[in-house]
Write a protein that binds this ligand. Structure first.
Ligand SMILES: *[C@@H]1O[C@H](CO)[C@@H](O)[C@H](O)[C@H]1NC(C)=O
Ligand SMILES: *[C@@H]1O[C@H](CO)[C@@H](O)[C@H](O)[C@H]1NC(C)=O
Ligand SMILES: *[C@@H]1O[C@H](CO)[C@@H](O)[C@H](O)[C@H]1NC(C)=O
Ligand SMILES: *[C@@H]1O[C@H](CO)[C@@H](O)[C@H](O)[C@H]1NC(C)=O
Ligand SMILES: *[C@@H]1O[C@H](CO)[C@@H](O)[C@H](O)[C@H]1NC(C)=O
Ligand SMILES: *[C@@H]1O[C@H](CO)[C@@H](O)[C@H](O)[C@H]1NC(C)=O
Ligand SMILES: *[C@@H]1O[C@H](CO)[C@@H](O)[C@H](O)[C@H]1NC(C)=O
Ligand SMILES: *[C@@H]1O[C@H](CO)[C@@H](O)[C@H](O)[C@H]1NC(C)=O
Ligand SMILES: *[C@@H]1O[C@H](CO)[C@@H](O)[C@H](O)[C@H]1NC(C)=O
Ligand SMILES: *[C@@H]1O[C@H](CO)[C@@H](O)[C@H](O)[C@H]1NC(C)=O
Ligand SMILES: *[C@@H]1O[C@H](CO)[C@@H](O)[C@H](O)[C@H]1NC(C)=O
Ligand SMILES: *[C@@H]1O[C@H](CO)[C@@H](O)[C@H](O)[C@H]1NC(C)=O
Length: 849
């Protein structure tokens, strides 16, 4: 009912403004679908193949270092199986019909993975054993089929042949398989769900299986603590334990996954495409994560402004509203990097157009925005195109057959924001090129102050419950590919094309910025992601943390949640608490729905403004720390924000504490998600280390291995520095990241029990690809030694002439733990008459305190 009422309100509003009535169709059809309403799941979930359906394997031999098998069962079905080695402790298993007619996924893997030839160790009647010479071994049991994967003789995972089912009719290519993680304590992964870190036990049938099917909920509130599908899909699971391994299911069709936490197994029910699974043998979680992201690719660095504060709402409607809003940020002294433009900036929701009345001179406006602290505007741009013969983008796409087609061969049509629309077929390389070109300055009047694009509604979404608000699975893409087989990669392809367009627009000089709601494995190469249309409740705040932690384990690192909940009217208390944790997620954006009151930080009473100013300022002060983490992520794929178990895999107490998050390894934040909380219980991980509280008024030190009740009030959320670390910060907050990026730095030295501390810092031009193409950057270790009382700066890997990038230090703060459990800070000024004493630009330099 709620949904219906809201849909009508939205419809009325649209009718009165842009003369199109957008109404959701078939609202009487229950939404979303689930296991009981989808045969893929309801039929296959409880099906264990009987003896006639179990597959037995016949070993055919080794081709190019990979093993081949025929599979057959007594029911007369035949399959073929390929088992190959991939460098760095990985195997790949592909199962398909001998005639190989299934869709093979493209665009998810960054490149063809480097194979490692396998050697066959033994061929017996019951089993074939092969290994890669690097401690990894596979034993293929033949009757019935199953494959055991070993790393250094520890059995890590089993591909369970007794759960293989292949449907193979014209309309039904469902298949199933199962994997057991033998040594696991917890199963993790399966982004995106509004749920805790550890996967739930679902096989008892009381909980639906996890579902991966990119879905927009419109004004329906998505369930929290739930296995239902969301906007993005990354089919990765880690079996976390003493020996951790993982799998990546290289398939973009809808899937349900039943989790058995007793056996530590995952049963996949997949709606089409090829059974293609990578086995990642770790053996640690850290290595498993790297093994995964190495397959689908690491992102490039964002420009530094993307790490600042983003202010969005539906909508800043006019040039005046944009200027007033930015002006008020300055008047009330709130930093801001980006103001976002929702659908109203267009002419009749025709993307790549401006509303001529409300944005009469976009280039002039963008020049003004740039003049206000090099700030940016980011507009929304969706993959559906208004059916309008007076809109050349529509006629061009139609004339070139660049739309997704109905089964009858004509462009598919349905409803979305502009009214009747068609959907761009990004599988078509010509359509991708055409779309990319629309981003050129010559095609869309703008300047580089239009910092990037917001690709929304790209699940893709349409307003019809019949197809569960997306394209019907029998619509057709380029090459006669059914939408069913590529549903989850549609959004990735849009961002790929947008990325190509931005590279071309700025002649390869500036790093593109794209925010996407739909996501698949590999999207991280092009776009970052937010958790979609959340609501203004404390529970939504609570789940924003574990969602960011899981996404960071599967390569979706630049992730955040809309502050303080997109829909609804968050209380002022919730808004404050949400900013206080939101600044510690990689993507930091506030947003508000059409019906939500205006709530930019300067609109609140003074005492609230004071808190928000301090909070947002903390984000800006930690800019060097964030930027270094983002850089390291581009090198390693390591998560930017991390669950405790990632850094402390042996500390079982921390396994399920998903309301605490580590930013890198040195900062711990504990979210507060209960109204009027006066204290929160925080677990301090590690051995022999201390955590220094840096928010609130009490300089308290907490010892590792304990839970402590940390007093809180409205003014702060608890944040701690780890002993043994050096945090690089900016001393001042100004209008934007551009205003402070070149300022001298502060080093916050928090010694460990031996008096030592270390950190790392990364500096470049903050915007270009010179750090990749010409290695123009400074990346250095910072080592504090209490004996010599000095910080040594040692280049890890930098430009040979790194004089272009210097670490200039204004102040060093030395944290001293006192006997009473508090600490003091010694300020060691590094400036004389306002001039920095030390500008460290050599590969090795000691800074004496
Ligand atoms: C699945 O959907 C049906 C129809 O909307 C609904 O009655 C049922 O409660 C749902 N099941 C679960 C587990 O959510
Ligand atoms: C393997 O399967 C293929 C295709 O079904 C068949 O042609 C071939 O004879 C089989 N080989 C063996 C050794 O069973
Ligand atoms: C989440 O759901 C699980 C059952 O799946 C339940 O045991 C748990 O208490 C729920 N958590 C919260 C915070 O409601
Ligand atoms: C894997 O497990 C074995 C025992 O099962 C243990 O000895 C070994 O240390 C573990 N490996 C790692 C990397 O933790
Ligand atoms: C922006 O435009 C929409 C649609 O016309 C309207 O509902 C909304 O109130 C406007 N917002 C402001 C701040 O004027
Ligand atoms: C332009 O915006 C104004 C108000 O913001 C709105 O009334 C008008 O319908 C829009 N025009 C078009 C062509 O979208
Ligand atoms: C087509 O667009 C032009 C320019 O935007 C406008 O002047 C004209 O009225 C439009 N024609 C129709 C039929 O909408
Ligand atoms: C493109 O399509 C429009 C509308 O269908 C038509 O009027 C026009 O002639 C077509 N142009 C080309 C080059 O085919
Ligand atoms: C709030 O702060 C502004 C200046 O920032 C000041 O002019 C105003 O008097 C303050 N209002 C109250 C109620 O303190
Ligand atoms: C928190 O405190 C406020 C003000 O006293 C009160 O209105 C609100 O109901 C409290 N919230 C809860 C959840 O108790
Ligand atoms: C402290 O740092 C110094 C210099 O880096 C090193 O020689 C010493 O071993 C460190 N002490 C400990 C206990 O790690
Ligand atoms: C340093 O910057 C200048 C100006 O951008 C550039 O010309 C020069 O090539 C840079 N030096 C190095 C070593 O990259």
């Amino acid at each position: 009912m709620l949904r219906y009422a809201l849909a009508v309100v939205a419809g009325l509003f649209l009718a009165s403004t842009v003369t199109v009535v957008v109404a959701d169709r078939n609202l009487d059809i229950p939404f979303p679908f689930n296991c009981s309403t989808k045969t893929l799941c309801s039929d296959l979930r409880i099906k264990l193949p009987n003896e006639n359906e179990e597959y037995n394997a016949v070993y055919l031999g080794l081709t190019d270092g990979a093993l081949n098998f025929n599979l057959s069962n007594k029911a007369g079905n035949e399959l073929i199986l390929f088992l190959g080695g991939i460098e760095n402790n990985r195997f790949r298993v592909i199962v398909e019909e001998p005639d190989r007619h299934r869709y093979k996924l493209e665009h998810s893997l960054e490149k063809e993975p480097t194979t490692t030839p396998l050697t066959v160790d033994s061929v017996e009647d019951s089993a074939v054993t092969a290994s890669d010479g690097n401690g990894n071994k596979a034993i293929v049991r033949l009757t019935p089929l199953s494959i055991e994967f070993y790393h250094n003789d520890v059995l890590e995972s089993v591909f369970e042949g007794n759960r293989i089912i292949f449907q193979n009719t014209e309309d039904n290519q469902d298949f199933t398989f199962s994997v057991r993680f033998v040594d696991a304590d917890r199963l993790l992964g399966l982004h995106e769900h509004a749920a805790d870190l550890a996967l739930k036990h679902t096989v008892d049938l009381r909980t639906d299986p996890y579902r991966l099917r990119n879905t927009d909920y419109g004004t329906t509130r998505y369930d929290l603590n739930s296995t239902e599908s969301m906007y993005g899909s990354v089919p990765v699971i880690y079996g976390f334990g003493a020996n951790t391994s993982g799998i990546f299911v290289h398939n973009a069709a809808e899937m349900f996954i039943d989790i058995d936490n007793n056996r530590k197994s995952a049963y996949f029910m997949v709606n089409g495409g090829t059974l293609d699974v990578f086995f990642l043998l770790g053996p640690s979680l850290k290595e498993s994560v790297r093994q995964y992201i190495d397959l689908t690719g690491k992102p490039h660095l964002p420009q530094i402004w993307a790490l600042g504060y983003h202010q969005c709402r539906w909508a800043y409607n006019t040039t005046e509203d944009v200027k007033d809003t930015i002006g008020n940020f300055d008047k009330y002294e709130f930093p801001l990097d980006v103001l976002w433009l929702d659908i109203e900036y267009t002419s009749e929701r025709r993307w790549f157009t401006w509303n001529a009345t409300s944005f009469p001179d976009p280039v002039d406006l963008l020049n003004w925005v740039d003049s206000q602290g090099h700030r940016k505007l980011v507009p929304i741009s969706d993959p559906h195109i208004k059916i309008d013969l007076n809109y050349s983008i529509y006629t061009d796409l139609l004339n070139n057959s660049y739309f997704v087609n109905s089964p009858n061969g004509s462009a598919f049509e349905s409803e979305c924001w502009p009214g009747e629309t068609s959907w761009i077929d990004y599988l078509n390389p010509g359509a991708r090129d055409y779309y990319a070109n629309l981003h050129l300055y010559s095609n869309f009047p703008s300047t580089p102050a239009l910092g990037g694009f917001w690709n929304d509604m790209n699940e893709p979404t349409l307003f019809d419950n019949l197809y569960e608000r997306s394209l019907p699975y029998d619509t057709l893409h380029y090459g006669n590919v059914k939408h069913r087989d590529v549903h989850n990669i549609y959004g990735l392809l849009q961002t790929l094309s947008t990325h190509q367009g931005l590279i071309a627009r700025d002649e390869g000089k500036l790093r593109p910025f794209i925010l996407s709601r739909s996501y698949f494995a590999g999207s991280q190469r092009y776009a970052n992601k937010w958790s979609g249309d959340n609501w203004g409740y404390f529970e939504d705040l609570r789940y924003s943390v574990p969602m960011a932690l899981t996404s960071n384990l599967v390569g979706v690192a630049f992730y955040g949640a809309d502050i303080p909940g997109f829909f609804g009217t968050a209380t002022e208390e919730l808004l404050i608490k949400w900013y206080q944790i939101g600044i510690w997620l990689p993507f930091f954006r506030a947003h508000a729905a059409l019906g939500s009151p205006r709530r930019e930080p300067f609109r609140f009473p003074n005492e609230t403004q004071v808190i928000l100013r301090e909070t947002i300022g903390l984000r800006y002060k930690h800019l060097p720390y964030w930027y270094t983490l983002f850089y390291e992520h581009t090198r390693t794929g390591d998560p930017i924000v991390r669950p405790l178990l990632y850094e402390y895999p042996e500390d079982k107490t921390g396994y399920d504490l998903t309301d605490e998050l580590l930013i890198g390894s040195d900062i711990l934040a504990a979210s507060v998600y209960e109204s009027n909380a006066t204290s929160v219980s925080v677990y301090f991980p590690g051995k022999d280390q201390s955590w220094y509280q840096v928010t609130g008024d009490s300089p308290v030190v907490f010892e590792s291995g304990n839970f402590s009740d940390v007093p809180v009030d409205l003014t702060f959320t608890p944040v701690f520095y780890r002993s043994g670390s050096i945090i690089t910060r900016k001393p001042n907050v100004q209008r934007s990241t551009a205003d402070i990026k070149d300022d001298p730095n502060e080093l916050h030295v928090v010694p460990d029990k031996n008096g030592n501390a270390t950190g790392r810092v990364y500096i470049d031009d903050f915007e270009s690809f010179n750090y990749v193409n010409e290695k123009q950057y400074l990346y250095a270790n910072l080592d504090y030694d209490s004996a010599s009382k000095s910080v040594k700066v040692t280049s890890i890997d930098s430009d040979s002439d790194s004089s272009n990038f210097t670490l200039s230090v204004q102040t060093v703060y030395l944290y001293n733990k006192k006997d009473d459990g508090t600490y003091s800070v010694d300020k060691i000024d590094q400036t004389k008459d306002g001039v920095p004493l030390v500008d460290i630009d050599l590969s090795t330099h000691s800074l004496l305190l």
